[in-house]
Design a protein around this ligand. Sequence first.
Ligand SMILES: [Zn+2]
Length: 215
Amino acid sequence: MSQVLPESISPALFAERSDAIADAARELAAAGWTPATSSNFSMRVDGEHAAITISGRDKGKLGRDDIMLIDMQGKAVGTSARPSAETDLHTQVYRRFPEINVVLHTHSRTQSVASRLFAREGVVKLEGWELQKAIAGQTTHDAELSIPVFPNTQHMPELVAQVEAWLDSGRPLHAYLINGHGIYTWGRDMAETRRHLEALEFLLACELDLRSLSA
Ligand SMILES: [Zn+2]
């Protein structure tokens, strides 16, 4: 399946984004965070477009050809490939946060279990962990970092609306969990986004340990 680029996007730029996504995907797959072709990853290409993983590919074997171009409404651009079923959750982040250039979504065991455990409260309140400072804008372990847990649904507009409602409430949002499903997080570049994802994985694992040890 070939990708035809609009004239405004240089092949070199698209290739660079595609390689960055594929590299990250293979590393996250090696960590066991993308079981059974799940998970999806994207990078902004310009104000109107993003590069995103094609649906259903094995993330452990991802290469440049497994990445496609979409517009900010989540429609495929210049290809007959099908983007991830959750593409609208990516474009929502790019539309809401102009400074954000990378969105990573994984399904690790820790993320999945934590999402179930905290679903009833609808939020994971992280407090007192030094590693909270790994999240952009967090300067102290003392602040509370809320990661909402949204109910899962196969109907994307519902999920988009839940995220939209949280954002419209004015509360900060750096990441969210979907119940029984996984995590979404984002950042200004790949390094920052990887840091967010790794910190959140660690913090969720700590919260799970605390719960099981103090049970
Ligand atoms: Zn997913």
